[in-house]
Design a protein around this ligand. Structure first.
Ligand code: GLN
Length: 195
């Protein structure tokens, strides 16, 4: 298998933690700060942070075109939390917010009520053994998923980890739990080089 390298979008947010998790798995990583850094990568992680700010920075640097191009050319993309918001096709209540729209899901920003706007929960993940400790920080809520979207985990009935081909979305923060199994899933399943 060719050497796999995964980029972490490093404009804003929790990118260092993702790099650390991938490093623990022995995966070669790169901080992506300019569109040309996407060249040669198998996958890209768009981290959590603040989606309005992140999207503005993406537009400033040309990632609003470069990331969809990267995906169309065969790259895999994983968005966590704010990163998930930037990937969604629909943002109810935030219709004007620019987005990459790489998968057919509706994502409501900050939709977990005030009382539980940040919380932790043990999640069952399809294909995984035991549970995964999910850390949710002002998480968006996935309110609907379109055709072809695979729901890999739910909390309270709502999808929290979904996959659409080469796109993975989690509204929690697997990079903060010290458990690298979702990173492993991204590396082994979602970024798997196509023949
Ligand atoms: N609430 C943030 C937003 O709407 C996302 C929070 C996060 O990434 N932890 O952009």
């Amino acid at each position: 298998m060719a050497v796999m390298r995964i980029g972490v979008l490093a404009l804003q947010g929790a990118f260092r933690e993702h790099r650390r998790a991938l490093g623990r798995l022995g995966v070669d990583t790169l901080e992506v700060r300019l569109p040309e850094h996407l060249k040669g990568l198998s996958g890209l992680i768009i981290p959590g942070g603040e989606s309005t700010t992140m999207m503005k920075l993406m537009e400033t640097y040309g990632f609003d075109r470069a990331i969809p191009d990267f995906y169309r050319a065969g790259g895999a993309v994983w968005g966590t939390c704010a990163g998930a918001i930037t990937l969604a096709s629909e943002l109810p209540g935030y219709e004007e917010q620019p987005r990459l729209a790489l998968l057919p899901v509706a994502v409501c920003r900050n939709a977990y009520g005030r009382q539980i706007d940040s919380f932790e929960a043990d999640l069952e993940v399809a294909g995984g053994e035991g549970t995964f400790h999910g850390v949710f920080i002002r998480a968006p809520r996935i309110t609907s998923v379109g055709e072809g979207v695979e729901v890999l985990s739910r909390f309270d009935g709502d999808p929290v980890l979904v996959r659409y081909g080469r796109v993975l979305v989690s509204i929690f923060h697997p990079e903060l739990s010290g458990d690298d199994r979702i990173h492993l899933l991204f590396v082994q399943e979602v970024c798997r080089p196509t023949a």
